[in-house]
Design a protein around this ligand. Structure first.
Ligand SMILES: [Zn+2]
Length: 968
């Protein structure tokens, strides 16, 4: 039981607030009587209207000593105003209101199955009152009969009319002559509700009930069977508490067939329940809805209570207007269709059939067919309506049923034509283009027009007189209309297609793209996606294979859960109503693993934005490309903000100081970890570089692996590795994993042995992509070079005829021919490495055999892990991604320096050599050309200021770039 309720001591002018002065009362679950008594004493006019109500009801009861039943059951439209906090709203479903309507209808129909104790069943009256949720709002719109508002103030007290007014934090009543208003809120303490007597039908008439005592599912026992609403509506229907509110046998509720009772009852007593006023069976009627018993004990209104209720609804009663309310009705929504349907084109003299599509079950129809032979009809589905006049005509339908009406007019719905006349039509293709593109038009007019006049708004040319105009150019973004007038010898017609051609700015073309906060995760993980699409589109659709939910239409879907182990696609489709859709599928992009499956991991990453950036304002996005079942990422961005990140693919890493920076990534799980540092990976400048491009060389040879080596296979095998040998190795491919260029322009080849059997014998240098097993796949580019053009121990540049486009990892290497006598071509490679992961070399015997590591190829008798010493000359072109590496075959020192830079070439003397020094604005500040008889050079930098500089070294027509610092 709730026992306490307190009252706000507030003075609010804009509404009557009984609560402000109603004294504290601490024993009631219903506040109706104390609100009533306060109003009797304090509210001007209330005593008079209450006396009038009493007088009317008394006369009615006296005039109907045997009771009163209406001709038909009265159904009262109800609106629930839900005034709760957001949290309380979430726990209070609309179904609670529906449930309460159901219990009210049971209770007021006398259909409760609860016990009447020793009382006869005849005292359980059918009050002939029912309730319905309103379906039509005061404005005539469709409604659920439930409205809600968020309220975060203190709990409400009895008589606080703020809950009944939007100005007080609640919700305004709906017209009380058409609706019974029920406010549901959080009432203070133990207060369950209160209702007002029907003295006047003003905007405070109705009942207020606590949300915990409303409905059934989720309501708080023992008030979870809807009894509170039945009790408070009893007050709204002028029923007093059954004990008369005074605690004595001398005071009664004024109703003959309810026994006199001393005071309120609580709980669920066992009948008969006796008191000072009723000392024998059947005792007091604690099961009456107007007592305070638990909902499970409530069973009846009596026949005399029913008479009072019906007095209010009878002719002259204050609630009579509610008997005429239609607010639970089903409104009409008029609609129809013709056959032929929109646009209904009818040959002159032809007919049209109409079908009524109105919802809400109309009972009468009024059709108006302007332009028809017969212009009206009152049947539901008029047939064979004939049109004998050329023109364009509207059709109107008005529908009615008792209390409801609706109408609809469809303008220009019927077009009556002469079938022998020209009837214009055309199509354009495409109708959505990018500015600068053109459109072809095709005439589809009927009856053989012989002349055409076209107008193309926004097009070039903007007119045409041919049948099918081609290549109409649109170079300004916008939406344009097309007009055609076509005629033959006897007739003509005109058609304008408004907004027919859409011309987009290139930046408006939909281009789908996205990211996720994780793509490599343990099963059971939820992740969030970020839409990075560009251009204009109307809606989008995501599909997440293997996830829950499997799809979404959110812009940035959150909490997408992957419970199943596997690799899954993610798809994003951008829908455009006017133009082409765009779809991006990232195949097998999401890697979901079993937490118990702990294996080796391999770190890899790249930047998805340009690594050549300009300050201020530029940022870099990184994408993790690591493989394995990874649980942790630890990034370090030297010079970046933030300087570290645990995200899988960190976005928007800022750089503010011009310099060249390293990036490192450590990936790990509970047993394994791997580290990748890309040195001098981000170039930060305060000005764009010339041609917006940046070239450099990379190699898999590590700085500590000089001098380079090559390997005789003897005595076990004849020959050289990597080159001509007894195992007939024909293909050598070196995997370049940590570097991504937009294009490879050439290679620097370090030959050790080059003997050609014939002057025309050659080596084919090749770039392969990486197949789905990590092995050399498709050939991306080749270059044939005669062996005789190589000189042993002299590095040679091999340039592709056109740069080879690469994206991410690739293989570089060569194919050998075995002519007779044998050709020999061997390049340097790294010394044997102990760690298998440092093997980058794959080989095979012929085109159809399988690529193998050296260890596999030589069947494990040789544990060989090496890299070819071929250097790749790669370029970043435009804003594409490029990876750079300072080639370790050139040593630059000291660094930092104060006065001079020494350049030392390892193991070779170049045929050409020069240097350029750039500052970080890209300005060339020093040009040096040297003789080529040496492998040692010196540059004077003493006159330059302190700072970071880029030293471009051109060796044998190839270029590498070193960062140098000058500090004095
Ligand atoms: Zn009450």
């Amino acid at each position: 039981m709730k026992y306490l309720f307190t009252f706000l001591v507030l003075f609010v002018f804009n509404y009557v607030n009984y609560a402000q002065i109603i004294p504290e009362h601490n024993t009631e679950k219903c506040g109706s009587d104390i609100v009533h008594k306060w109003r009797l004493e304090h509210e001007s006019g209330y005593a008079e209207s209450y006396a009038k109500l009493q007088s009317y009801v008394n006369k009615f009861v006296a005039a109907h000593p045997d009771g009163f039943s209406p001709k038909a059951v009265i159904t009262i439209p109800v609106v629930f105003h839900i005034v709760l906090s957001p949290t309380e709203h979430a726990g209070f479903l609309d179904s609670r209101c529906t449930e309460n309507i159901g219990t009210l209808n049971t209770d007021f129909a006398g259909l409760s199955t609860h016990s009447m104790g020793d009382f006869p069943a005849s005292l359980k009256a059918n009050c002939d009152i029912q309730f319905c949720l309103a379906t039509i709002s005061p404005t005539g719109a469709a409604t659920t009969g439930i409205e809600r508002v968020d309220y975060n103030g203190p709990e409400w007290t009895a008589g606080d009319n703020g809950v009944k007014q939007s100005s007080g934090g609640g919700l305004d009543a709906w017209d009380p002559t058409s609706y019974l208003n029920i406010w549901v809120c959080n009432l203070t303490g133990s207060l369950l509700g209160y209702g007002t007597y029907p003295t006047v039908l003003d905007n405070f008439y109705g009942l207020v009930i606590d949300f915990t005592a409303t409905g059934t599912t989720g309501a708080l026992p023992p008030f979870d069977l809807g009894g509170t609403a039945s009790h408070e509506i009893g007050h709204c229907f002028y029923l007093e508490h059954i004990w008369g509110d005074l605690g004595a046998c001398s005071v009664d509720d004024g109703i003959n067939d309810t026994p006199i009772q001393e005071s309120s009852t609580s709980g669920n007593p066992t009948p008969p329940l006796l008191d000072a006023c009723q000392t024998a069976s059947p005792g007091i009627m604690f099961m009456n809805y107007m007592d305070y018993s638990d909902d499970i004990a409530y069973a009846n209104f009596t026949p005399d209570q029913k008479t009072i209720i019906q007095a209010l609804f009878a002719s002259g009663g204050i609630l009579e207007p509610l008997t005429n309310s239609i607010k639970c009705g089903i409104p009409l929504v008029a609609d129809f269709i013709g056959n032929p349907s929109v646009p209904a084109t009818v040959n002159i003299g032809g007919t049209v059939d109409f079908t009524d599509l109105t919802t809400g079950t109309p009972t009468a129809w009024e059709w108006t067919f302007t332009g028809a032979v017969t212009t009206t009809s009152s049947t539901q589905n008029p047939q064979n309506i004939q049109y004998s006049t050329l023109g364009l005509f509207p059709v109107k339908l008005k529908v009615t049923k008792p209390n409801f009406a609706d109408s609809i007019t469809k303008l220009a719905y019927i077009e009556v034509i002469n079938p022998l006349d020209v009837n214009c039509d055309f199509i354009g293709a495409p109708t959505c283009i990018v500015a600068g593109d053109s459109v072809n038009f095709t005439d589809l007019s009927t009856n053989t027009p012989t002349t055409w006049k076209w107008k193309f708004n926004g097009g070039t040319p903007d007119t045409a007189i041919v049948k099918n105009p081609q290549n109409i150019l649109y170079d300004t973004p916008g939406v344009y209309s097309v007009y055609l007038h076509a005629s033959n010898l006897t007739s003509s017609d005109t058609l304008t297609k408004l907004g027919y051609i859409t011309v987009m700015d290139p930046s408006e073309v939909p281009n789908a793209n996205f990211m996720a906060n994780l793509t490599n995760m343990q099963a059971g993980t939820s992740i969030n996606f970020t839409n990075q699409s560009t251009g204009l589109y109307d809606s989008l659709q995501w599909y997440f294979s293997g996830a829950v939910p499997p799809s979404s239409t959110s812009n940035n879907p959150a909490s997408i859960t992957y419970n199943t182990v596997g690799d899954f696609n993610v798809t994003l489709i951008l829908y455009s109503s006017t133009c082409n859709n765009d779809t991006l599928i990232k195949p097998l992009w999401i890697h979901v693993f079993d937490p118990a499956d702990v294996g080796p991991v391999h770190a890899d990453f790249h930047a998805t934005t340009s690594r050549l950036i300009y300050v201020p304002g530029a940022t870099v996005n990184y994408e993790d490309l690591s493989t394995g079942n990874i649980t942790q990422w630890q990034w370090t961005f030297y010079g970046g903000t933030p300087p570290t990140s645990p995200a899988q693919s960190p976005q928007s890493i800022g750089y503010t100081i011009p310099n060249i920076y390293d990036v490192c990534l450590i990936v790990s799980n509970s047993l394994y970890s791997d580290t990748l540092c890309k040195t001098e990976y981000i170039v930060v400048s305060d000005n764009p570089w010339p041609n917006n491009s940046f070239c450099d060389t990379v190699t898999n040879i590590l700085p500590t692996e000089h001098p380079l080596t090559f390997m005789h296979l003897t005595p076990k095998y004849w020959g050289y590795f990597p080159g001509h040998n007894g195992s007939l190795t024909k293909y050598y491919a070196e995997k370049v994993t940590n570097y991504t260029f937009s294009e490879v322009s050439g290679l620097i080849i370090p030959p050790v042995k080059c003997y050609s059997a014939s002057p025309n014998n050659k080596v084919i240098f090749t770039i392969w992509d990486v197949d789905n097993q990590g092995l050399p796949g498709s050939v991306l580019g080749t270059k044939n070079v005669l062996i005789n053009t190589f000189v042993p121990l002299i590095y040679k540049s091999v340039m592709f005829d056109t740069p080879v486009q690469v994206n991410g990892q690739f293989f570089v290497g060569y194919q050998l021919y075995y002519n007779t006598p044998y050709d020999t071509f061997v390049v340097y490679m790294s010394p044997n490495r102990p760690n298998p992961i440092d093997n980058h070399l794959y080989l095979k015997k012929n085109a159809s055999s399988v690529w193998q590591t050296p260890t596999q190829f030589f069947q494990d008798t040789m544990q060989v892990n090496v890299s070819l010493a071929i250097s790749v000359i790669g370029c970043l072109v435009g804003i594409n991604v490029e990876e750079i590496n300072m080639d370790s075959q050139i040593s630059v020192y000291p660094n930092p320096t104060s006065d001079k830079i020494n350049i030392e070439l390892k193991d070779f003397v170049p045929s050409s050599f020069n240097c350029n020094l750039y500052d970080l604005t890209g300005r060339k500040i020093k040009i040096e050309t040297f003789n080529t008889n040496t492998n040692f050079y010196e540059i004077d930098v003493s006159k330059f200021n302190n700072g970071i500089y880029l030293l471009e070294i051109n060796v044998n027509n190839q270029r590498t770039v070193k960062k140098v610092s000058i500090i004095k």
